[in-house]
Design a binder for this molecule. Structure first.
Ligand SMILES: *Cc1c(COP(=O)(O)O)cnc(C)c1O
Length: 425
C-alpha cells in the first residue's frame, strides 16, 4: 500500500469521494489520484516521493511554475502585515489599475475569490443592466459550479456523465439556452426568439478539451449581440493572462462587454475578477443597484500574489510560451497521428484527443475513445507526466519549462502514445 492509497481511503471517510473538487478524482481514467506533498517549478512530488512533470498546473494558475520565488516572497511579506481586513487597501487599487491596463475589455473591475463567483456576478450584472432574464451558454463550456451555468457544462460535469446536476431548480435551468460552439446560426435563432441578457462563452474552450474557434466566430457573435441588445461575456478564467496579457480578447480582437478572470490572475491564490465597460460596471453596488459582495474579496495575500505574477508576465514570457507550445506540438504530432489520435493547441493550452480529427464542438469530443484515453493517461503517469485525468480537459504548459524538461514531457507522452494500439475512431 502506498501512502496516497492510504490517504485516499481515509479521505473518502471524511470528504465525499475523497476530493474537494470532483475533477481531482481519477474515476474517468480508472485510477487513484496521487496525493501531492509539494511542488517546485514544473515538478510535483507526491506523498510516496514520486515526481511528475506537471501539465495541470493547478488547472492553469501556475503559469510561472510552482513556488515561484517572487510570488512566495510577496505572500510571506504580506502575511506578516495581516491577512484580511474587510476594508479597502492600496494593493487593490494598484491591482485593479494593472488589470484594466492589461486587458482590452476592462474599463473597471471588481475582485472576488473564485471563477464561479466571477461568472455568477457577471451574469447577474448583465441581467440587471438589460432587465432581461435569459442567457445563452455554449454546450461544453464551463463557467463554474453555480445554477445558471451548470447546464451542458463540459469539464467535470461531462467527465462524470451528468447532463447537469440535481438540485438546480428547473425554473433556473430554463432561463439558460444552449448552442453548440462555433455555430452562429444557433445563437442567431435564440436571439431572434428570446429576450436574452447575455451570451457567455469561453473564447477557446478548455473545459471540453482545447477547441479552436473558427474564423469569424467572434465578430459574428459581437455583431449579433449588438443587434439584439444582449451583452457578450467572454469567460477568460482559463485564457486570461494565458493566451496573451490581454487574454483571448487581445489574441482574437474580441469586442466583449464583460470578461471574467481567475486562475492565472491570482498567482495560485483564491482570486478572480469580473469587469468590462464602464457603463455596465457602474450598475454595481454601491455605485448602482446590482448587488454583489464578498468578505474575502480583494484579499491582501491574493492581491499581492496576483501583482507579483503580473509583474513577471513580460512580452518575453508570452514569446516563450508560444515557443514551448510549438515545440511540444512538433514533438508529439508524429506519435499522435501514428496512434490514430488528433491534437489541438492554442498557445500554451493543448489536448490530445482519441479521435482521428480534432473536434470542433462538444458532441464531437464525446465521440472520443474514453477507455483508450484512460490507458494513455495511466501510461503517461507511469512515465512521470501528470496530465488532466479526463478527455474533457486541456493541458497547460508553464513558461519555466527548460529544454531537458521539454524532452522529458515529449518522450514521456510519446512512449505513452506508443503503448496504445491505434484503435481510436
Ligand atoms: C475554472 C473555470 C471557472 C471556475 O473557476 P473556479 O475558480 O474553479 O470557481 C470558470 N470558468 C472557466 C472558463 C474556468 O476554466
Amino acid at each position: 500500500m502506498s501512502r496516497s492509497t492510504d490517504l485516499l481511503a481515509e479521505a473518502r471517510a471524511f470528504i465525499p469521494g475523497g476530493v474537494n473538487s470532483p475533477v481531482r478524482a481519477f474515476n474517468a481514467v480508472d485510477g487513484d489520484p496521487p496525493f501531492i506533498a509539494s511542488a517546485k517549478g514544473c515538478w510535483l512530488t507526491d506523498e510516496d516521493g514520486h515526481r511528475y512533470l506537471d501539465l495541470i498546473n493547478s488547472w492553469g494558475p501556475t503559469i510561472l511554475g510552482h513556488a515561484n520565488p517572487v510570488v512566495v516572497q510577496a505572500i510571506c511579506e504580506t502575511a506578516a502585515k495581516g491577512t484580511s481586513f474587510g476594508a479597502p487597501t492600496a494593493g487593490e487599487v494598484e491591482f485593479a489599475a494593472a488589470l484594466c491596463e492589461a486587458h482590452p475589455t476592462l474599463d473597471m473591475v471588481r475582485l472576488c475569490s473564485s471563477g464561479t463567483e466571477a461568472t455568477m456576478h457577471a451574469i447577474r450584472l448583465a441581467r440587471g443592466f438589460t432587465g432581461r432574464d435569459q442567457i445563452i451558454k455554449i454546450d461544453g463550456c464551463y463557467h463554474g459550479a453555480h445554477d445558471s451555468v451548470l447546464v451542458k457544462a463540459g469539464s467535470g460535469v461531462a467527465t462524470f456523465a451528468a447532463p447537469g446536476s440535481p438540485g438546480i431548480p428547473a425554473a433556473t435551468a430554463g432561463l439558460t439556452l444552449t448552442a453548440p460552439f462555433n455555430d452562429l446560426d444557433a445563437i442567431a435563432a435564440h436571439l431572434a426568439t428570446h429576450a436574452v441578457a447575455a451570451v457567455i462563452l469561453e473564447a477557446v474552450p478548455g473545459n471540453m478539451g482545447c477547441i479552436d474557434p473558427v474564423e469569424g466566430y467572434f465578430s459574428g457573435l459581437s455583431a449579433l449581440c449588438r443587434e439584439h441588445g444582449a451583452l457578450l461575456i467572454i469567460d477568460e478564467v482559463m485564457t486570461g493572462f494565458r493566451l496573451a496579457l490581454g487574454g483571448a480578447c487581445e489574441r482574437f480582437s474580441i469586442d466583449a462587454d464583460l470578461v471574467t478572470l481567475g486562475k492565472v490572475v491570482g498567482g495560485g491564490l483564491p482570486l478572480a475578477a469580473f469587469g468590462g465597460r464602464r457603463e455596465v460596471m457602474s450598475c454595481l453596488s454601491p455605485e448602482g443597484p446590482v448587488y454583489q459582495a464578498g468578505t474575502l474579496s480583494g484579499n491582501p495575500l491574493a492581491v499581492q500574489a496576483g501583482l507579483a505574477t503580473l509583474r513577471q508576465l513580460t512580452p518575453a514570457v508570452y514569446t516563450r510560451l508560444e515557443e514551448i507550445g510549438a515545440a511540444v506540438e512538433a514533438g508529439l504530432r508524429p506519435a499522435v497521428e501514428a496512434a490514430g489520435c488528433s491534437m489541438t493547441r492554442v498557445g500554451s493550452m493543448f489536448t490530445i484527443f482519441f479521435r482521428s480529427t480534432p473536434p470542433t464542438c462538444f458532441s464531437e469530443v464525446s465521440e472520443c475513445d474514453m477507455a483508450a484515453f484512460g490507458r494513455f493517461h495511466r501510461a503517461a503517469l507511469e512515465a512521470g507526466v501528470y496530465l488532466p485525468p479526463s478527455q474533457y480537459e486541456a493541458a497547460f504548459l508553464a513558461a519555466t519549462l527548460t529544454e531537458s524538461e521539454l524532452s522529458h514531457l515529449i518522450n514521456g507522452l510519446n512512449a505513452a502514445l506508443a503503448s496504445e494500439p491505434a484503435t481510436a475512431t
